[in-house]
Design a protein around this ligand. Structure first.
Ligand SMILES: [Zn+2]
Length: 405
């Protein structure tokens, strides 16, 4: 089978073409793959997404490079071998690829020009692109300087030429990167700025790229990974970013660019409120402790025992209350609380009161079918047998009384 003539090599902006089918084969997906004698479709490869389009009106959803030939996966009725083809490439998708890919040439050369930082790899993803750059000491300021230069080159609308040269001729030229080709080399020349071997699809003038914007960067495997968007993607990314910024600003009833300051202020205020709430909770716990102390049982030896189940308290609040109660000498507090699924317990005693809260807690948690423990002065735990909570507290209180504390 003769190799497929690749029309995009010299005519990147050609989207319609006539051809003949030279081969068909069935894919694992069940769709047919069609090979023609010539095509304008760019196949996926080399970090470059492939084209989609139509062949005789049927959807060509994927284009695959098979070395010598180019395969078009047709979703629909595939033409027979020998049949004439009218092919059409989806232009918005091709333009997007031209903008991203040519944008990468320009940004990569800008990084070389300013910082002598070569690009090691490039990936065109669905929404954005990535380059891994050997850039020492990366900073946002350095990267933005490269973006600035790249956009100036775009707005100067420099011509971009395709040159076919021999490998020997290429070796004598100041190329941005070496060519892997051994016979004929396709060079892409951005006038007065960049000369590099490449088989991808490119703009005719730099202005067609529109603009380049860097979304973010990070250190990755000893290189600097830069996430960027070019052309229409930059506009779409701006729209998303603007929508996000406006929705955040709306929360503060503020102008878009005032939102970061107001958000930072709100976070500070929130922290301050948390501090104040903690202070108030301590006061509330002391007041609640006063009330509970009034109803305390007095054991022989003058030890006061508070054994209670209290509604609506979380573990932290129970601990705070136990702490306030046992701040007084001669006090044992056996406190519990629950929600629909979980019963919680905190057992504590003052330093001068007797008893092993850890042992009491383990026994109580066994009744709740849960777990818990701690130290002789303080222990906490819980379980899912909520209905056993009062019984567990009463058993612990009975144990304290029975040991003659
Ligand atoms: Zn290229």
């Amino acid at each position: 089978m003769p190799p497929t003539e690749r029309l995009y090599n010299l005519e990147t902006h050609r989207i319609e073409f006539d051809a003949h089918v030279v081969d068909t084969s069935e894919r694992v997906s069940g769709w047919m793959a069609v090979t023609e004698d010539r095509t304008a479709f760019y196949p996926t490869g080399g970090g470059h997404l492939g084209d989609t389009g139509t062949l005789n009106g049927a959807r060509a959803a994927e284009c695959i490079d098979e070395g010598q030939s180019v395969l078009h996966v047709v979703q629909g009725l595939a033409p027979n071998i020998g049949a004439p083809i009218k092919g059409r490439v989806d232009w918005p998708r091709r333009l997007d690829h031209i903008q991203q890919h040519t944008g990468q040439h320009i940004l990569s050369q800008a990084l070389v020009t300013l910082f002598n930082a070569p690009t090691r790899s490039f990936r065109m993803l669905d929404r954005l692109c990535e380059i891994d750059v050997d850039l020492s000491e990366p900073t946002t300021d350095r990267i933005e300087r490269a973006v600035e230069l790249a956009n100036n080159v775009i707005w100067e609308d420099r011509p971009i030429a395709i040159r076919q040269v021999t490998a020997a001729e290429a070796a004598a030229l100041p190329l941005r990167k070496d060519s892997a080709r051994e016979v004929e080399v396709r060079l892409i020349e951005i006038e007065g700025f960049d000369l590099t071997p490449c088989g991808g699809t490119h703009a005719r003038h730099t202005g067609e790229v529109g603009m380049i914007a860097v979304r973010s960067w990070e250190r990755a495997k000893g290189l600097t990974r830069i996430e960027f968007v070019a052309g229409r993607r930059a506009l779409e990314d701006y729209r998303r970013a603007n929508k996000t910024a406006l929705s955040v600003a709306g929360l503060f009833s503020a102008g878009r660019d005032d939102a970061p300051l107001l958000a930072a202020r709100a976070i500070e205020e929130n922290k301050e409120l948390h501090r104040r709430v903690r202070g108030l909770e301590e006061i509330a716990a002391r007041v609640a402790a006063e009330e509970l102390s009034i109803g305390a049982a007095t054991l022989p030896g003058g030890i006061r025992l508070i054994a209670r189940s209290l509604a609506g308290r979380d573990a932290e609040s129970l601990k705070q209350l136990a702490h306030a109660l046992t701040g007084r000498p001669g006090t044992i507090a056996l406190l519990g609380s629950h929600d629909q699924e979980t019963a919680r317990l905190v057992f504590a005693r003052s330093a001068d009161a007797p008893g092993d809260m850890n042992a009491l807690m383990r026994a109580a948690c066994a009744l709740l079918d849960g777990r818990g423990g701690g130290k002789p002065e303080m222990a906490q735990g819980g379980g899912h047998k909520v209905e056993m909570l009062d019984e567990a507290i009463a058993a612990a209180a009975a144990s304290v009384s029975a040991t003659g504390v």
